[in-house]
Design a protein around this ligand. Structure first.
Ligand SMILES: Cc1ncc(COP(=O)(O)O)c(C=O)c1O
Length: 394
C-alpha cells in the first residue's frame, strides 16, 4: 500500500539560515554546556511565557520530575491528572508513590473537565496537573480557584502547548510550575530532545539549580577559586539526590531560534486547522476539538471524534483512510489506567466515562507546521469521500 500522508517525524523544521547560525554557533562555541545560549533561551522563554524564571532541561519529563520533587510529593499524596494524556505526565508522580486520581475529560474540548476535578478533590489531595492537550488550554481560572481554596499546588503540563493562551495569559504562567517539551515532534524543538521548567516563584530557584545539574553550586564565601574545591555539591532539598537534567548549548541555540517565530508557526497551524474544519463542517458525524472563545490553541495535534451512522465506527474510518487513500490516522491516547505499568503501580479503575468513550471513537489526523497545501487538500477530499462511503452515499 502506498502511504501518501503520515505523521511527520519532525513537526517544525529549521530553516537554512537557522542551520547556518547553528553551524556557526558550533564553530565559535567556547563551551557546549551551561553557557550563554542556555541563559539567552531561558530569559527569552521566560518573557515569552510571562514568568520570572525558566530553566532549560533535557525533556518535559525531566521538568515534571523536578516539579514533583519541588511540590514535595510523598507516598500516599493524591495527585489529580487526566488519564487522557501521554504517560509522561504521570510517571514522576508514580515514582514518588503518589496516589493518582484520574480526572475525566470534557467531551467537547477533550481536556480536563474542571467539574469532575472539583468532585475528586479530597483532604489527601496535594497537586493538580492540568494537561493542555493537543495545544488547548484547560480552564485555568477554575483550576487555580480550586487549588487556592484547597491549598493545592498546580503543575501545568504544557508539553504540547507553547504559546497557547487562556484568557490572554500564556499556559505555563498560571500554575506553580509549567513543564514544556522540545521533543522533535513538538511545535518548538531543540534538535530532538529538550524541555523547560517555568515558575513565577523565586523561592524555588536555588532548589532547581541544585537539583538540575549534579548539585554543583559555588561554595559560600569562597576565597580562592580552587579552595576548598572548584565547586560545592549541595543537597538543595534534604533527601533529594541531584540529577543531571541540563540542556546543552547548541540545543538551546536551536530552541531560541524557533522561539523567535513560534507565534507565526502557531498561527499557520491554526489556519490549517480552520481550513480543514471548515471544509468538513457538513459532516456532523465528525466533531473536532472545541476551542472556547477565551482560548488560543497551539494546535499541536489535530484530533476529532467520529460517530458514524449505519453502525460505522472510528475503526472503519481509520481503516478506509489507510487502505484506500494511504492516509495514516491514529488513536490517542490509551487511558493511563489501562496500562499494565499503571495497574501494577496502584493506578487502575479510572471512573472516567468520557475518557473511555473518547478512546473508542477518537481519530487523530496527520498534522505539521507548514503542511503542503496539496496534502491539506488531499486530506480533506479523501476524508470527505471516506465518510460518504461509510454513510452509504458513495
Ligand atoms: C502531554 C505530554 N506530557 C509530557 C510529555 C513528555 O515530553 P518529553 O518527551 O519532552 O519528555 C509529552 C511528550 O510527548 C506529552 O505529550
Amino acid at each position: 500500500m502506498d502511504l501518501k500522508l503520515d505523521f511527520p517525524g519532525i513537526q517544525t523544521r529549521l530553516t537554512d539560515s537557522e542551520v547556518d547560525i547553528i553551524c556557526e554557533g558550533i564553530k565559535s562555541a567556547k563551551s557546549l554546556s551551561m553557557g550563554p545560549n542556555l541563559k539567552a533561551f531561558e530569559d527569552n522563554f521566560a518573557s515569552f511565557v510571562g514568568v520570572e524564571n525558566a530553566f532549560g532541561v533535557s525533556s518535559a519529563t525531566a521538568a515534571l520530575e523536578l516539579a514533583a520533587i519541588l511540590c514535595r510529593v510523598e507516598e500516599g499524596d493524591e495527585v489529580l491528572l487526566p488519564a487522557h494524556t501521554f504517560a509522561a505526565t504521570a510517571l514522576p508522580f508514580i515514582r514518588r508513590k503518589a496516589k493518582i486520581v484520574f480526572v475525566d475529560i470534557d467531551p467537547e474540548t477533550f481536556v480536563m473537565d474542571t467539574n469532575d476535578l472539583a468532585k475528586k478533590v479530597t483532604n489527601k489531595s496535594k497537586v493538580i496537573v492540568p494537561v493542555h492537550l493537543y495545544g488547548l488550554p484547560v480552564k485555568m481560572d477554575v483550576v487555580m480557584d480550586i487549588a487556592s481554596k484547597n491549598g493545592l499546588l498546580v503543575v501545568e503540563d504544557c508539553a504540547q502547548a507553547p504559546g497557547a493562551e487562556y484568557c490572554g495569559k500564556k499556559v505555563g504562567s498560571w500554575g506553580d510550575f509549567g513543564c514544556f517539551s522540545f521533543h522533535g515532534q513538538k511545535n518548538i524543538t531543540t534538535l530532538g530532545e529538550g524541555g523547560m521548567l517555568t515558575t513565577n516563584s523565586t523561592k524555588y530557584v536555588e532548589e532547581i539549580l541544585g537539583l538540575r545539574k549534579i548539585g554543583a553550586r559555588p561554595f559560600l564565601n569562597q576565597k580562592k577559586y580552587w579552595q576548598p574545591a572548584m565547586s560545592n555539591i549541595i543537597e538543595a532539598i534534604p533527601g533529594e539526590i541531584p540529577y543531571n537534567f541540563a540542556m546543552g548549548e547548541i540545543q538551546a541555540l536551536a530552541g531560541d531560534l524557533i522561539l523567535k517565530r513560534i507565534g507565526k508557526i502557531n498561527e499557520v497551524r491554526r489556519n490549517q486547522a480552520a481550513q480543514i474544519i471548515d471544509a468538513l463542517s457538513d459532516f456532523s458525524e465528525l466533531s473536532f476539538q472545541k476551542v472556547p472563545e477565551n482560548c488560543l490553541s497551539a494546535y499541536h495535534l489535530f484530533p476529532a471524534r467520529y460517530e458514524g451512522s449505519n453502525g460505522k465506527t472510528r475503526d472503519d474510518l481509520i481503516d478506509l483512510l489507510f487502505t484506500k487513500y494511504g492516509i495514516k490516522t491514529v488513536v490517542q491516547y490509551y487511558p493511563l489506567y489501562k496500562y499494565e505499568l499503571f495497574i501494577n503501580n496502584g493506578c487502575s479503575g479510572g471512573n472516567c466515562p468520557e475518557t473511555d468513550r473518547f478512546f473508542d471513537n477518537m481519530i487523530s489526523f496527520p498534522f505539521a507546521s507548514d503542511m503542503d497545501p496539496k496534502d491539506i487538500d488531499y486530506l480533506i477530499s479523501s476524508t470527505k469521500s471516506a465518510m460518504k462511503e461509510l454513510r452509504g452515499e458513495a
